[in-house]
Ligand binder design. Structure first.
Ligand SMILES: *[C@@H]1O[C@H](CO)[C@@H](O)[C@H](O)[C@H]1NC(C)=O
Ligand SMILES: *[C@@H]1O[C@H](CO)[C@@H](O)[C@H](O)[C@H]1NC(C)=O
Ligand SMILES: *[C@@H]1O[C@H](CO)[C@@H](O)[C@H](O)[C@H]1NC(C)=O
Ligand SMILES: *[C@@H]1O[C@H](CO)[C@@H](O)[C@H](O)[C@H]1NC(C)=O
Ligand SMILES: *[C@@H]1O[C@H](CO)[C@@H](O)[C@H](O)[C@H]1NC(C)=O
Length: 712
């Protein structure tokens, strides 16, 4: 500090005495007024001095053709208010002072720099209202004013900023309604976060016209009132609309992007009614048919951290920064410490920060930790990861381990098939967990991830793999499940290369797996908090427990991986489906083509955008066929491949004897032939080419139950 102040006074001294000061150009002089207005405890502007001809070499300044185009000094404890003279930098395009200690108003003259493209000021103490002059900024693409004390209403003229892609105003004191034409004017908008303000009035119905929006559209924690405009359903399907904690009322429209949403997006609006909420609308006579009973979930079951909306509703200022940096694990299979696998900077430098989370039941008993090991280089201009980072987040009250214990545990790689790498982790007390590592991207989409992961965490059924906790940081996303000890159904049917002890499954175990899987799917389809579609059911996703009871896994993981930016799986499924379909077209002529799909996807799955439960029924049918025949979903016949469904159809056409179709290992169970044929019939119904003709999982389970009752 001392040398810097010495230099500072020296410079001041020279400013007033030496004639060399006049060599600095006009833009440099403007910037010197900025330096003089702000207190700069870290000396970020120490090389800003009047002896230079121009300011282009100064810290935080970028020029183009010797003209200042960008000022970027984030996170440097700058204290003071912004001088209006900055507006005279005619070519200024980017201003970034995020996470400093600026206060005072935004001077209207700042907006004379009409070429401004981005203004990133989040995490300061700026106040007052946004000047109406903002409407002059026709090139503005990013405006991030979050975490300040701005008040007043949003100037109506903001709808003139037609190129605006990012508008983030969360955690201020904005009031009043959104301006007219918000949805039609800001047609380029990709990110919208208005959460934690005092906005009121109704949600403009033209918001639904913002077809470029992505990620979470966050209107939560405001005073928006009236009903939810049905046009919001026109937003892109992938957009997650967060309307929690407003004063909205009436029924929730069930169309487009609003359809098939869980209740999480709507809680905190006492006046809202109808599905997916449990309270029916007064005039809603159909409520008797809506799924109100949850037979598989005990009534008193209220997982910690999900019952009170606490995770989504609390202000997220200054949360912890537990940092876990991933490394490439390659093909290591062997025992290591999990913490070493995720080269880990953590415990020694992180202090407890208990005071932050007194209201927060969901973050676990041990409190959050503040970690300073990683400070990102702040040279970027645009808003970067304005993202919340948590410690390990438990999804129910049975979680009594913390991140520290998890990372000290021994771990080995279970496999890299599917999405992300899967580890088995054994804690010191012997508890075994399965940890899935998702991608390293998606840092902007925390809320979306959080909502999804919490919804998955609410699923509790003996035949669904239990997600116990998750971990999110910018660099690392982990999902922590109960460990299921007996491998997957795929291995149980087909064995595994390099595994010499293969014990074929008895028919009784096969039946148990079929029924358990049907129960799990039925729960997902009909009794889970929302009526889900698994979408990627296959034997490698069905894990077998201590007594060979099945646990459906991977539910929702594709979507999480998508958010985390780690996996192209969904994409590849679709590509696979397209290829599969192409193959089927050619197969109807001549059986010669190669199989490229995975064999489990329903034929319509590539045409229809909205996933349907009948896709799962199809996949389930293929799995039944696989369990009966012991063949994988793609069958080699002579020199060509076909999928199992076509192969069975061929066998039926050719009237092949059952013994040739059955898994040879089932020879000893020949006395159960009646049951086997019964299952085959159910399977064929499930893989019917037209989705409407396939049974529901409830019918399937009934049929399976009848089958075994009649013969037991
Ligand atoms: C918002 O305004 C209220 C008064 O309306 C005040 O109590 C509160 O401190 C303000 N909050 C912020 C973040 O400015
Ligand atoms: C905004 O807050 C300032 C104090 O920071 C207050 O003087 C002013 O009246 C507020 N304006 C509105 C519109 O609430
Ligand atoms: C919005 O809030 C302001 C006060 O901040 C109030 O004057 C106005 O009537 C409210 N408008 C609506 C539609 O509730
Ligand atoms: C906005 O969308 C609605 C349909 O929801 C459409 O009728 C209207 O023309 C759109 N407005 C504009 C300006 O595109
Ligand atoms: C949520 O928690 C608050 C206190 O944190 C409590 O007053 C309230 O009753 C809780 N609500 C529910 C639904 O549990």
């Amino acid at each position: 500090m001392l040398p810097f102040f010495a230099l500072f006074f020296f410079l001041l001294c020279c400013n007033s005495l030496a004639p060399v000061v006049y060599s600095l150009n006009a833009e440099g002089s403007v910037l010197l007024t900025l330096k003089q207005t702000l207190t700069d405890p870290q000396g970020s502007m120490s090389n800003w001095n009047s002896f230079d001809e121009n300011p282009c070499s100064w810290n935080g300044i970028t020029c183009k053709d010797q003209t200042v185009v960008s000022i970027s000094i984030p996170k440097r404890k700058l204290y003071g208010s912004l001088p209006s003279s900055l507006g005279s930098l005619s070519q200024l395009r980017h201003i970034n002072f995020r996470n400093n200690k600026l206060f005072g108003n935004l001077p209207p003259r700042l907006f004379q720099a009409q070429g401004l493209q981005s203004m990133v000021l989040y995490g300061n103490s700026l106040s007052g209202s946004v000047p109406t002059e903002i409407q002059n900024l026709r090139y503005l693409q990013a405006l991030d004013l979050s975490q300040n004390f701005f008040n007043g209403s949003l100037p109506a003229g903001i709808v003139q900023c037609k190129r605006l892609k990012t508008l983030i105003l969360s955690q201020n004191n904005f009031t009043g309604p959104l301006p007219d034409g918000f949805g039609t004017g800001l047609s380029s908008l990709e990110r919208l976060d208005l959460s934690y303000n005092h906005f009121n009035g109704s949600i403009p119905s033209d918001l639904g016209n913002l077809s470029s929006l992505q990620g979470t559209v966050d209107l939560s924690n405001n005073y928006f009132s009236g009903s939810i405009p049905a046009s919001l359903g026109n937003l892109p399907e992938k957009v997650y609309i967060d309307l929690t904690y407003n004063n909205l009322n009436g029924p929730i429209p069930q169309n487009g992007a609003l359809m098939n949403r869980g209740p999480t997006a709507f809680i905190g609006n006492p006046g809202l009614c109808g599905p997916p909420l449990k309270n029916s609308c007064a005039s809603d006579t159909s409520s008797a048919n809506s799924p109100s009973s949850f037979p598989f979930i005990p009534d008193n079951y209220s997982p910690q951290g999900t019952g009170n909306g606490s995770m989504g509703s609390e202000k997220n200022k200054g949360l912890s920064k537990g940092a876990v940096v991933g490394i490439v694990v390659g093909d290591i299979i062997g025992i290591c410490l999990l913490g070493l696998l995720f080269s880990f900077c953590y415990s020694r430098v992180c202090g407890f920060n208990q005071d932050l989370d007194e209201n927060d039941v969901s973050k676990g008993k041990k409190g959050r930790k503040e970690c300073f090991c990683f400070r990102k280089d702040d040279s970027e201009v645009l808003s970067d990861n304005n993202v919340e980072q948590y410690d390990l987040v438990p999804l129910d009250s049975h979680v009594n381990f913390d991140l520290d214990e998890l990372l000290k545990a021994s771990a080995f790689v279970l496999g890299k098939s599917g999405i992300g790498i899967m580890y088995k982790v054994v804690l010191e007390d012997g508890l075994a967990l399965a940890v899935r590592r998702l991608g390293e991207g998606g840092s902007q989409r925390f809320k979306e991830f959080q909502t999804e992961v919490e919804a998955i965490g609410k699923l509790r059924h003996p035949n669904i793999a239990t997600l116990r906790a998750y971990y999110w940081s910018v660099d690392e996303k982990l999902l922590i499940y109960d460990y299921v000890p007996n491998g997957s159904l795929a291995t149980a049917i087909h064995g595994k290369a390099g595994l010499d002890t293969f014990v074929p499954l008895s028919w009784s175990y096969r039946l148990k797996i079929m029924k358990g899987t049907a129960k799990g799917l039925l729960y997902l389809h009909e009794f889970s908090p929302k009526k889900y579609v698994h979408g990627d059911l296959k034997p490698s996703n069905i894990l077998l427990g201590q007594n060979m009871e099945p646990h459906i896994s991977d539910f929702g993981v594709g979507r999480l991986a998508n958010i985390a930016g780690g996996s192209p799986t969904l994409q590849s499924n679709r590509v696979a489906a397209e290829k599969l379909q192409g193959r089927q077209k050619s197969l109807s002529n001549e059986v010669t083509s190669n199989v490229l799909g995975n064999g489990y996807m329903a034929p319509e799955a590539m045409k229809v955008v909205k996933p349907s439960q009948k896709w799962d029924v199809y996949s389930y049918g293929v799995i039944l066929l696989e369990i009966i025949t012991g063949r994988s979903s793609i069958v080699l016949v002579g020199n060509s491949e076909m999928d199992l469904v076509q192969w069975i159809q061929l066998c039926i056409e050719e009237k092949k004897p059952l013994l040739e179709v059955l898994d040879p290992y089932l020879g000893e169970d020949a006395d159960r032939e009646e049951e086997i044929i019964g299952v085959l019939k159910i399977a064929m119904a499930c893989v019917h080419s037209s989705p409407e003709k396939r049974p529901t999982m409830r019918h399937v389970l009934d049929a399976l139950d009848k089958l075994t009752i009649s013969s037991d």
